[in-house]
Design a protein around this ligand. Sequence first.
Ligand code: ACM
Length: 700
Amino acid sequence: MRTLLVALLLVLAAAARAQAPAAPAAGPADLMPFPAEVVWQSGRLVLNGAVGSSGPADPRVDAAKDRAMARLFALGLRAPSRRPQQATLVLRWQSAGLAVQATGEDESYTLTVTPRQATIEAPTPLGILWGLETLLQLARTEGGAVQVPAVVIKDRPRFPWRGLLIDAARHWQPVEVIKRTLDGMSSVKMNVLHWHLTEDQGFRVESKRYPRLHEQGSDGKYYPQEQVKDVIAYARDRGIRVMPEFDMPGHTTAWLAGHPELASAPGPFPVARTWGVFDNALDPTREEVYAFIDGFLGEMAALFPDAYLHIGGDEVNGNSWNENARIQDYMYRHQLRDNHDLQASFNKRLSEIVTRHGKRMVGWDEVLHPDLPKDIVVESWRGPEALAQAARLGYDGILANGYYLDLNLSTASHYLPDPLPAGSDLPEPDRRHVLGGEACMWSEMVTPETIDSRIWPRAAAVAERLWSPASVRDVDDMHRRLETESQRLEALGLSHRSGYVPMLQRLVGDAPVEPLKTLADVLEPVKYYARGQVRDYRSDTPLDRLVDAARPESEPARRFRRQVDFFLKNGPDAAQAGDLRSTLARWRDNHAALEPILDRSPRAAEARVHSRDLTVVSLRGLEALDHLASGHSAPAAWGEEARHDLAVAEKPSASELELAVVPGVRKLVLAATQLDQLASMGARAWNAQIESQLPAPRQP
Ligand code: ACM
């Protein structure tokens, strides 16, 4: 089955490649998200710094032009001379955009670059913003001049809703984090910031009407309303809507800290310091609770201009409802069979309130219930099925499942899930209900220092899934472009790369950081929610250990594994083997350099077990290459020992880290022990045969 899957994926990848436009021999093709249509031309344009524009006045275009020019100046573009020059960049848009950016507003643009001029034409200012981002991705400095290859790009998003959720509640994220994240989002054409503002652990927005909410629910860490307005304006300038989420009736402990009278159980309710699903919930049976929600949401509806308002609705365990005799009596009298019915009745009241305040209600997939009006939007987090189910029932939906960045999964695992997957049997008229998706940065395990490395660059792969044609699915090509995109994001002010070495350096004090970096480069945090199973985390637990520095996906380990794949697919080839050998030898020798540093660095002690394992595993890889070079299968006993070493290296560790090179070495070991059998196969069948024997990826 797996073999078949691999073959299928190869066919799909080949098909995607066949449809993708060919890049010019000497031009950049590392656009991300990849545009809908690209036709490369010959020649290139040298930009002169003069810009012409025509279209109805829109401050977003002026601001975007200024930002684009600043980035081009940073590349080496010289300011235009005083002599009037023919502008080499011309922006033309037809209509002013809407006063409040809307879902489904035309975002298309055409970018035409000839050796004389680059023109961006678009129906609305949004298209100009996105066209400028594409132009910036094409620009290169050569011979002291900033150049753009000649091309015609006709581009438009596949989905109108391309979001990123930031949970600013569990771990507080100050406004600088939000703004630099908006910069990154805009550069990959994401257009919705889903701002998760309230939780058990924090109530993060100022309420002038009910100030006890933020005063008693936030430890002083909340966004004043002026700051909220500033973020909304900043986002709008970058083509991004801001949808707030006020999660209820569960996940509300921080609301109840200041307003225990809203609860379903007697208080008091101190702000939560640990993670998980709590019993605390609003009381859905009392009119005062709805009056309060009405007052609060009215205030927030005026503060947030976006047409959508997210009310959460997830993970209500119902315990505090079960234990309240008055609530049970209410349910009996109103013929509510279970807590899902009770929550649906709450949601129905909420939707009336939200509608009265001029918004469309969005909720997590638990809100799906036949009693709810069809204008609510369902965000599907527990599985992709809820999205299709909602669409069939006539509800608009957004996919979050598959895009949870907090799970520390590979970029590819987020890249491939599709809101409208190939082979979906959703009838054509229902497909328009699938609005798009959202990458989700839940913040149990992130701080302002580490959040960039959890969001970026992986969110850019989700951005591509939501913008680019469905056929753009070649994982290797995505990774190639993502490397460039990652550098661009760093240049924009994100710290997912630059924050790494300083974190490692702190662990080793003034000792050389390089040996620890070599190891950390091939370590990954454990996946899914496994960190919380290793130790009890609280909101004040420092997140500054090796596991917090390590990146969710090790790029060197990924490349190593691809190189092993290539090596096995093409038959053991001496040149490839040489590269693998030098990589493995470097890893093998690292422990000798790192060990004396670890002896003096108590904060880096967690590295020790992995450092030893890296040596052992690398030695097994080198031995496997020796056996493969010998032309005969390795002895079975060697295979047993090698597999044992790999299993030991893979054992869960108190460090909450995984040695990411193990899967690649395991393939070499398997190939070495089966060489005699494999040799009779075609070279390509080798790799598939070995793939089929690998353990399935671990599930939560
Ligand atoms: C969620 O992850 N509870 C929406």
